[in-house]
Design a protein around this ligand. Sequence first.
Ligand code: GLV
Ligand code: MN
Ligand code: MN
Length: 422
Amino acid sequence: MPPSARDLRVDIDRLLRRLAALAEIGAIEGTEGCARLALTDEDKAGRDLVVAWMRDLGLSVTIDGIGNVVGVLAGAVDGPPVMCGSHIDTVRTGGRYDGNLGVLAGLEVIETILAAGLTPPRPLAVAFFTDEEGARFPPDMLGSLVYVGSMALEEALDIEGIDGAKVGPELERIGYAGAAPVPGLVPHAFVELHVEQGPVLEVEGITIGAVESVQGISWQEFTIVGQSNHAGTTPMSMRRDPGYVAASIATFVRELASELGSPQVGTVGMIELTPNLVNVVPASATVTVDLRNTDDTVLRDAEHRLAAFVEEATAAEGCTVATRSLARFEPVVFDPAVVALVEKTAIDLGHSVRRMPSGAGHDAQMLARVCPTAMIFTPSRGGLSHNPAEYTNPSDLRAGADVLLQTMWTLAEGSTEGPSDG
Ligand code: GLV
Ligand code: MN
Ligand code: MN
């Protein structure tokens, strides 16, 4: 007789083996991390491996026009699946868990169910969404944004990346411009397992985060143009130096975040000077600013203050500036019933749990627009992420994957109306 679904537990060694195999693709030498920027050759190789695993498990695999991949396991009844998933693209200095965990734990959930000879009450799906990081092609969560119908496919395909390549041709090049339509199938519910990427769970000694919300995200790019000139001969009073303006923006962003106080954060992650030479006053500077807050009113205030500063600092230096919004997402609140289910499932499995917001952006925040959604967090050592040293210990990974399995099963047993309405 097959075991009861309630007794199922994932095989952590199998999950670790898959995490390690995927991390070999784009591995950053001398580290545990990897570099698989969206739609690069490395991303293609990672995709091919995960799709092969999906097919080995007998899932029916579809690829849509923006390259999102969904693998579905049939259930006892037909209908929209309970979906889990995340992303397998990484930043250039990525860890092996960010995104990958949510996808590979999904495969592990399915393999555990199949190995026990069980059929889920309704279909289960595992998805990986294109370009969640947005590090090559902004905005972040691009694939899931298109999946839920919040960005037209044509607009997404036309996005230009930091290296001048475009999404559409890159998707074609790697063979992932699929035929499945977008917007995609609306799931019965969506659950994303992810590493916390911050310090809270580790500091508090808690194993599982039941994620209630995601903070708002604002990404902007400023291109400042001045007068390139000789570094030795140009008097300081006669300079129009975009490098100086870029540096003052970086300082301002730090001061602004400190003044507004937690949870406001602000980051200048990229400054590019042209021509970037020791003895040349730069001709231009490109600066990115990442502002985030759980309160959209404060986030808007931060954006206004930054805009005023950039205008003033640019004019004072006799430069010009062009401003481009790279991403803007309001804070998201997850479905209370799914959050409560994650919390209860963790408790039932004997794990410590707390409710918490997410500081990072996630595909789940897009899926929340169309179906009941929540997330499960596991601790990150030292709070490190977007860093090859990112690490979560195997027992925490196992706990997270078990919570995912049992949460998905309960959702699959639920009413056809979805968790909040059932
Ligand atoms: C994207 O994942 C982000 O939070 O930057
Ligand atoms: Mn991620
Ligand atoms: Mn990330």
